[in-house]
Design a protein. Structure first.
Length: 374
């Protein structure tokens, strides 16, 4: 299948690494007992445009048919198409015939149920699959207005310099009025991940979310720290593209993994050393914690109040919020909540997908009203 992907690229067909991985997973699921299975597994995962089908047929014949004698390809199996839809995270992409197959419908339902499963109660196999899905997340980019202005049709300001320069080519007559408008710049995203003992069931998944944010937006635009009995900056460890290696490097730098929690001291240290000096100023700050704290809740309230004054928007992600009848009874959570703009859950893949999309909407110039999302 790797040779098939290379052959497609030689035919000027763009094949992403993610598509090649999905193809290998489809072949493993089907067993590739017949040419039809292999043909449709590759076509469903490697080809995304109708005009590339002819190139795929040629590449398939060159790579596979020259090596093995198969029967003629038949109608694609619903299960093969379902594997591709699940890999892309698009349940609506499953064709109608897949819903007629009980096994295909069962697999689709299981995939949807796994998206909403609690990361703290999943089996080892389910958690590994969810971790792979989290690594594929693309975290939205919040923007802000920049002082710099750019050329723009219909802009709100006349660009006199560009207009005069253009008029030199027409004998000094300004036939075209050039305009400009404010440009936008991405806001910095700061992630503070609680790695204390009470967050052990969720910490690795949330760190994978932090790695996905760094991979989506690039180093320098995302900063990541861990909170426990101390504050640890892990941004550099998360810059590698391999999520497993990134988490291994981050875990090696965190000395208080699964220890106690002193949220107030850690948050105050962040504000003193990093936040007030510019790292959190005008940024979107996300605290991922259950709010349990062994220290003084007044220290948490004071640190959060200072952080709220310098940040553009403060989001608190609490996996326990998804529990029915949840109330912020933990002292640290109760002390921090008045200084939080948005309070959301983070217990499942679906909730992390919602968080990734939410972060792209927090770039308005004015601080929005405090809200709580499920």
């Amino acid at each position: 299948m790797a040779a098939l992907a290379h052959a497609l690229r030689r035919h000027d067909v763009a094949v992403a690494v993610r598509s090649a991985v999905a193809c290998a997973e489809a072949v493993a699921a089907l067993g590739a007992a017949t040419r039809a299975d292999l043909y449709w597994a590759g076509r469903a995962t490697l080809v995304h445009r109708p005009e590339d089908i002819a190139a795929y047929d040629a590449a398939f014949a060159a790579v596979v048919d020259e090596a093995v004698t198969w029967s003629a390809p038949s109608r694609p199996s619903p299960t093969a198409l379902l594997v591709d839809a699940a890999a892309d995270g698009d349940d609506d992409a499953v064709p109608d015939q897949a819903h007629d197959d009980p096994a295909a419908v069962l697999r689709q339902s299981a995939h949807e149920a796994l998206r909403h499963a609690d990361l703290g109660t999943c089996s080892v196999e389910e958690r590994a699959e969810l971790h792979r899905a989290i690594a594929r997340l693309r975290v939205g980019v919040a923007t802000r207005r920049s002082r710099r202005r750019r050329p723009a049709r219909g802009g709100d300001e006349l660009d006199l310099g560009a207009t005069v320069t253009a008029a030199l080519a027409t004998g000094g007559e300004p036939l075209v009025l050039h305009r400009r408008a404010p440009s936008v710049r991405p806001r910095r995203l700061v992630l503070l991940v609680d790695v204390s003992g009470s967050m052990e069931p969720y910490a690795r998944a949330l760190l994978r979310f932090a790695h996905a944010a760094v991979a989506s937006r690039g180093a320098g635009r995302v900063e990541a720290f861990t909170l426990g009995t101390r504050l640890t900056r892990i941004t550099r460890a998360l810059t590698t593209r391999d999520p497993d290696l990134a988490l291994e490097r981050a875990a090696g730098e965190v000395a208080d993994w699964s220890g106690g929690t002193r949220l107030g001291d850690a948050l105050a240290l962040f504000v003193d050393r990093w936040g007030a000096r510019g790292l959190a100023r005008g940024a979107v700050v996300v605290v991922l914690s259950d709010g349990w704290d062994r220290g003084d809740p007044e220290a948490v309230a004071e640190a959060m109040a200072r952080l709220h004054r310098v940040a553009h928007h403060v989001v608190w992600v609490n996996p326990l919020k998804a529990a029915p009848g949840y109330e912020p009874l933990a002292r640290g959570m109760a002390a921090a909540l008045p200084h939080v703009d948005t309070f959301v859950t983070g217990h499942s893949l679906a909730s992390l997908e919602d968080l990734a999309a939410l972060l792209a909407t927090l770039g308005t110039a004015d601080r929005p009203a405090r809200r709580s999302a499920a």
